[in-house]
Design a protein around this ligand. Structure first.
Ligand SMILES: CC(C)(COP(=O)(O)OP(=O)(O)OC[C@H]1O[C@@H](n2cnc3c(N)ncnc32)[C@H](O)[C@@H]1OP(=O)(O)O)[C@@H](O)C(=O)NCCC(=O)NCCS
Length: 298
């Protein structure tokens, strides 16, 4: 019998993280402190136990994809096909419906998980491709003359400015079926790691572009590429590649061996830029979405 309970203590949060790392070993998992900082009444973290062993977990939250909840059941590979994922999904759906959501969804990275999602009425809305770059000897790019590059560690006050001047105007340019919704608080807390690894391009005091890395304390040799964007009127002038080359150089200077990013399959510009900078392709992740409440099979 599977028992499902809410994660509440720090030990529960560590157990939740263990399932996340076991099921998505290639993706940075937030620390307990970061998970605590994300807590809201809408957000629910579940643990699934069988015979006293934690075999799965769940996450329900507001999604950055507007109008839907994130509903993510995850089960350790050795405990799959025993109904654990379905039991977790039921609880997540109840929670999301109680918070007024009419749609739910998540990302699936393998055929079995996609089959599970389809069985519960989710349908594909888009794909993301993983791009990875090995880090070797990486010189810093020459300093540009038409604009300046600073790190957020040097100019911390500019991170909030970057949200308004670059992030909000460029979110609609991503190849997404639904618009992105990211609050200023989420931007301040979840979209940046070490401010020394996040770079901004400045025209005077205006932020015109940004790119950087979010390091992973669980795998210190790896980092995820953060949001990369350049204001529309500055595109085609090498701003993004210079910012990314700064990130790659920072990775080398700090002993990293690999960086990775997820890009929408249809975002040809970003994919090409990454290819140009030496990224290779990895996994493909499918975004799924379905109406709530789901038609859950008993
Ligand atoms: C998706 C996931 C949570 C399913 O967990 P699970 O405990 O194995 O799922 P269940 O046993 O409840 O499966 C319910 C039904 O989904 C379908 N299903 C689940 N896994 C499947 C697979 N590998 N292949 C085909 N169908 C599958 C089946 O219809 C299954 O019923 P059945 O076993 O009676 O045929 C698990 O594979 C996982 O953790 N994947 C990685 C994380 C992830 O992508 N989560 C998001 C899912 S929206």
């Amino acid at each position: 019998m599977v028992e499902i309970r809410q994660a509440r203590t720090d030990a529960d949060y560590e157990a939740w993280r263990e399932v996340r790392i076991a099921t998505l070993p290639y993706e940075r998992c937030p620390s307990v402190a970061e998970l605590r900082a994300m807590e809201t009444p809408e957000r629910l973290l579940l643990l699934a136990e069988v015979d006293g062993k934690i075999v799965g977990h769940g996450l329900a939250d507001r999604s950055s994809e507007s109008g839907r909840a994130v509903l993510a059941p995850r089960v350790r590979p050795e405990a799959r096909r025993q109904g654990v994922g379905s039991a977790v999904l039921r609880e997540l759906v109840d929670h999301a419906v109680a918070h007024g959501y009419k749609f739910g969804g998540c990302s699936v990275d393998d055929e079995g998980s996609f089959a599970f999602a389809r069985r519960f009425g989710f349908a594909e809305t888009g794909r993301q491709v993983e791009q990875l770059r090995a880090i070797g000897t990486e010189p810093r790019p020459p300093a540009p003359t038409a604009y300046r590059i600073v790190s957020v560690a040097e100019r911390p006050e500019l991170w909030a400015q970057a949200y308004h001047q670059v992030a909000l105007p460029t979110f609609p340019d991503m190849d997404l079926a639904w618009p992105m919704q990211v609050t200023a608080e989420e931007w301040a807390g979840e979209w940046i790691g070490d401010p020394a690894a996040m770079f901004l391009a400045l025209d005077g005091d205006e932020v015109i572009g940004l790119a950087g890395l979010i390091s992973d304390p669980d795998q210190p040799q790896r980092a995820e590429v953060g949001y990369t964007a350049v204001r529309r009127d500055w595109r085609g002038r090498g701003v993004a590649s210079t910012l990314k080359r700064m990130s790659v150089a920072w990775a080398a200077e700090n002993g990293l061996t690999e960086i990775y990013t997820w890009t929408q399959e249809g975002n040809a510009n970003m994919r090409k830029l990454n290819e140009h900078l030496g990224f290779r392709y990895g996994l493909t992740s499918i975004t799924v979405r379905g109406p709530l409440p789901l038609q859950l099979a008993e």
